[in-house]
Design a protein around this ligand. Structure first.
Ligand code: AVI
Length: 322
């Protein structure tokens, strides 16, 4: 990889959004992939969520990066390239770049094209010495040979902050970790943020905030359908509904129908009864010991664990087991 900036567009199209939504909304328990919340508008709403007082996740993780700066920096392999899954804004990578001179390259991977382009160009202006290879793609479907070519010569560090892992299904997590093992190999590392179990009160405030930003983020799915799938659904017929599922230790976001609803996506008729919900996202809350044990069973060694002061969140530094 040379000192350069480039951009590869491998992102799924509106066609796959349409197909996924049709499959998800014609099932008995209606659901859509959380990935669909992140079009450009959705990504902007998510950035606003990160600024909210009630959404502790971003602040807790940044506090950890500040406090553990030296340790994390020294643990990174020399001449490394950071591969970030679901990069979003430049907030976290900028923090890592400030921590460590060892980072020579950056491969942000995100599904939201405009957002990714803006963020990676801005970053390149601020860090012109950095090799940036932005990839617009679903980070669960990476061609690891392609990634290996891009990071050629540098040591890979996969960066998956923000507890985005908690939005994935168990199968997706296994797939993602297998893919990560291929990318980091024997020399690389993974920096993984996970959100911890805490009181229901704190969680519900974070996912149903008083300013209603999370509600706008969730309801953007309906607006996205209207924009991209030519539906004409009144978003006011849905209410943002966040619950804590105690048995599964996860927050669930739903869109609840406020009345009986009926609409078409092309030839497919979708009906919802009053109070029926569309499950749009789950956000798993972990126990760090259980999750470390799980990582161990799938071939990772937990080298370090960093907590914030409230013990709301942890950052794990991982390598492959020898
Ligand atoms: C991206 N992800 C880690 C967020 C979370 O906390 O699960 C998404 C989110 N949904 C509502 N608020 C934030």
């Amino acid at each position: 990889m040379k000192m350069s900036f480039d951009f590869t567009d491998l992102a799924p199209t509106t066609v796959s959004f349409r197909d996924d939504v049709i499959v998800g909304l014609t099932q008995q328990l209606k659901k859509t992939s959380p990935m669909h919340l992140y079009d450009e508008r959705g990504s902007q709403f998510f950035e606003q969520i990160c600024e909210l007082e009630e959404y502790y996740v971003t602040r807790a993780e940044m506090e950890i990066f500040d406090a553990a700066a030296l340790h994390i920096s020294e643990a990174l392999p020399s001449n490394c390239t950071i591969v970030e899954y679901g990069s979003g804004s430049d907030r976290k990578i900028s923090q890592l770049l400030k921590l460590s001179k060892r980072i020579k390259g950056y491969v942000p991977i995100d599904i939201s094209k405009t957002f990714l382009l803006k963020m990676s160009k801005k970053l390149w202006q601020n860090y012109p010495h950095l090799d940036i290879h932005a990839i617009c793609a679903n980070f669960l479907q990476l061609d690891t040979d392609h990634i290996a070519k891009i990071i050629d010569g540098y040591n890979p560090v996969v960066f998956f902050p923000g507890s985005s892992i908690g939005n994935l299904s168990a199968d997706e997590i296994t797939k993602l970790l297998m893919q990560t093992k291929k990318i980091i190999g024997g020399q690389g590392k993974m920096i993984l943020g996970i959100d911890l179990q805490k009181t229901e009160e704190v969680l519900l405030q974070a996912y149903d905030d008083s300013k209603g930003v999370t509600a706008l983020f969730n309801k953007n799915l309906i607006h996205r359908m209207n924009r991209e799938l030519q539906t004409n659904i009144d978003a006011n017929c849905f209410k943002h509904h966040a619950i804590y599922n105690e048995n599964k230790n996860r927050i669930e976001m739903h869109l609840k129908a406020l009345q009986d609803l009926h609409f078409w996506i092309g030839d497919y008729e979708i009906t919802l009864q009053k109070n029926e919900t569309i499950h749009t996202e789950s956000s798993q809350k972990y126990n760090v010991d259980d999750f470390s044990r799980f990582l161990n069973t799938v071939g990772f060694k937990v080298e370090s664990i960093f907590f914030d002061t409230k013990k709301y969140f942890v950052v794990l530094l991982l390598a492959l087991k020898k």
